[in-house]
Ligand binder design. Sequence first.
Ligand code: URP
Ligand code: ZN
Ligand code: ZN
Length: 500
Amino acid sequence: MANRLLIKGGTVVNEDRKFRSDVFCEDGLIKKVAPDITDVPPDTRVIDASGKLVMPGGIDTHTHMQLPFMGTVAVDDFYHGTRAALAGGTTMIIDFVIPPKNESLLQAYDRWRGWADEKVCCDYSFHVAVTWWSPQVAKEMEVLCQEKGVNSFKMFMAYKDVFMLRDDEMYYAFKQCKKLGALAQVHAENGDLIVEGSKKMLELGITGPEGHEMCRPEEVEGEATARAITIANQASCPLYVVHVMSKSAANAVTQGRQRGCVVFGEPIAASLGTDGTNYWHTCWRHAAGHVMGPPLRPDPSTPGFLMDLLACGALHCTGTDNCTFNANQKAMGKDDFRKIPNGVNGVEDRMSVVWEKGVANGKMDACRFVAVTSTVAAKIFNIYPRKGVIAEGSDADIVVWDGEATRVISAKTHHQAVDFNIFEGMCCHGVPVYVVTGGRVAVDNGQVNVVKGSGRYIPRTCYSDIVYSAITQRDKANQPQPVPREPYDGPVIQLGKPSS
Ligand code: URP
Ligand code: ZN
Ligand code: ZN
């Protein structure tokens, strides 16, 4: 079959408008968006999209495929993870290179590329974590930006002695991001308080997964979020708060924006779709299956609150933090919650969960859905309009979406390698009928058909407009100015001499 595709009779949905149109793709690109396209070569495959929505493929801003973490390795690798992404309507992931302390960022980047390139089934890119600070790190950040297509760096405020930076180190890293035109990202939790809180829980005899939440309650996330925003603001650096899990963190983002800080907030499928009451489940495996950092919050109104903020634009785009561990891996912490590997699923279900809780629930329309699952991410991470829009010249990453159809999420039927699903039993409206990645049909009338290694690394340049135009303008307008005044010419006390 030639690499030509005509998607006929659907309703194209972009972040700004919906319209009836056909879409013609060739050689991996969208070549024509127009009603009633007929002049196509005879070997063109035609997909009937009547009654369906034709949307830009989802972009998952936050995954950790095959992450070596907490003594084990995340079970969804770059093959299973990207296959599952496609099965759910996501056509690009942005994963994280996380060097252990003192490792060269460039070496880590090369290692991660080696893992990903041979396995990815959809396009991908990398954020890089700054887990230690030195002049070498600063230099390598520059090389990553200028030569390796990285424009975002994650700093951890948790995982003390492993990944965590001190406030002054974070300030230096933010200053370097600013200098390079990159976006600073934070995992916002107070790592010192987590260590102390954990000791307190164990002293109380609490060793189960509920201890994971209680040792780091939401104010620990809220405090760190506000602190990160303050430090970024002092460095005049734009900030992106990854995995916003609580009302307190979301409020800190909103309040930061209200006082003029350039800050973006990323809720994830888990924080929008389920809650932390699961940590009190009497089945240990069920409770441990939800352990992640920052934790889900026991206040059951949290997911709806975060969705409201996402719908109105106070939060910006959605990731998943997909970082999955099987029962036997979670069981490393069966007697001590501190040893349960942190992480949950989401890469396959994010689109359906956001549709169900956002659109089917009446909180957002289809255009806002496209914005929060694809377009805003493309803009923030500077790959728009290559990604994030159905437009002539854009990559042919497309989802033909049935917003009325339903599916029930289950670990028994999902495409992820992990043996557990935090959304088990959830019935979601919104099903991807066809998913096209780089012009290839990867989900064909519901059937998943991917090619290992066919995804491409997508380099990203610095100075994303949506991120930096406000900063540049602010810097210009707020440039500190000295007060013009006559010099003081009176007497000056002489220190160390007795006054006469
Ligand atoms: O629990 C989580 N979030 N695991 C992945 C690492 C991280 O902090 O993002
Ligand atoms: Zn994190
Ligand atoms: Zn993460």
